[in-house]
Ligand binder design. Structure first.
Ligand code: R5P
Length: 296
């Protein structure tokens, strides 16, 4: 088995290859004048089992296209099996049609990956695991819930915190993490208007005065969910409010706004590498997963 570093995840690929003691396939990249990506596979990969590592964070279309190009080329060059490890899978949120005529980008992007020659896709905290795992295409699929991997490492630091999820979708993650933290937990009820995108959140009556709170979510994008949930929590005077996201896709100003509202700390994993946010390195967790489930 060898690792193929995708242009969006070269550092992560190197870390995984080093932890797992796997060879990296040599890939030459350059960017054409018009912004398109040139890639050349420099090693012979005939009959090899390969793992492409490519997170499809912004610019999503470019990183997704690079993944398709690599998948098809590796198969064309004779690879035996191609697995794509995609820590952040883009276009995964439109998994059903809420308004007539809407594009269902999740299934369409999986169809494209399947047609490219990629045999299997492994991702991390995909938006809707059920929709992902049951989608209608030929790809084998696995979704890693990083909250269960993070649980053990975060247990000491966040002992005594109450774990809160901003919506029902976060319930499984909240339960998973609070088990490791031996913590109390609850989830709020969120409603997002399909047309205006306006968010309304209802919360159970829980006394948070003087308590330490950990608000978790799989993803932050516009920041609307986190801001509204933080506003409600902070109005109850907790002693601390920490936010933890797996995928951090917001602009820096959103994190600044959250901090100025009174949020004590914001942490994310580095599925989307950022410079201005405290990030948890996912390489050891992904390596562990690959060792236990793929290499065995
Ligand atoms: C929703 O189901 C997700 O778990 C997140 O709560 C949501 O996608 C975050 O988006 P935004 O930051 O735009 O509110």
């Amino acid at each position: 088995m060898k690792i193929v570093p995708g242009p969006a995840s070269i550092e992560l690929s190197k870390k995984l290859a080093s932890i797992l003691e796997l060879d990296l396939v040599r890939v030459r990249y350059k960017t054409f004048y018009d912004g398109e990506t040139y890639m050349q596979i420099e090693d012979n990969i005939e009959n090899e089992q390969l793992i492409i590592v490519q997170s499809t964070y912004p610019p999503q279309e470019k990183h997704f296209m690079e993944l398709l190009l690599l998948g098809e080329t590796l198969k064309d060059l004779g690879a035996k099996k191609v697995t794509a490890l995609v820590p952040y899978l883009c276009y995964a949120r439109a998994d059903k049609r809420k308004l007539s005529g809407e594009v269902m980008s999740h299934q369409i992007s999986l169809n494209l990956l399947s047609k490219s020659g990629i045999d299997k896709i492994i991702t991390v905290n995909v938006h809707n695991p059920e929709a992902f795992l049951s989608s209608a295409d030929k790809l084998q699929k696995e979704n890693i819930n990083l909250f269960s991997y993070l649980g053990q490492d975060l247990a000491k630091k966040y002992e005594g915190y109450i774990v809160i999820g901003p919506d029902k979708g976060a319930e499984i993650d909240v339960k998973t993490l609070s088990k490791y933290l031996n913590a109390d937990y609850f989830v709020m009820e969120k409603y997002r208007d399909a047309v205006t995108q306006k968010i309304a959140i209802k919360t159970p009556e829980v006394d948070l005065e003087g308590k330490k709170v950990l608000l978790i979510d799989d993803i932050i994008t516009s920041g609307g969910t986190a801001k509204r949930a933080a506003e409600i929590i902070l109005a109850n005077n907790p002693s601390k409010l920490v936010l933890l996201f797996i995928h951090a896709l917001s602009k820096n100003e959103v994190y600044d706004q959250l901090k100025s509202m009174g949020v004590s700390e914001i942490i994310s994993t580095d599925t989307i590498p950022l410079e201005n946010l405290k990030q948890i390195d996912i390489a050891p967790y992904l390596a562990n997963y690959i060792q236990e489930n793929i290499i065995k």
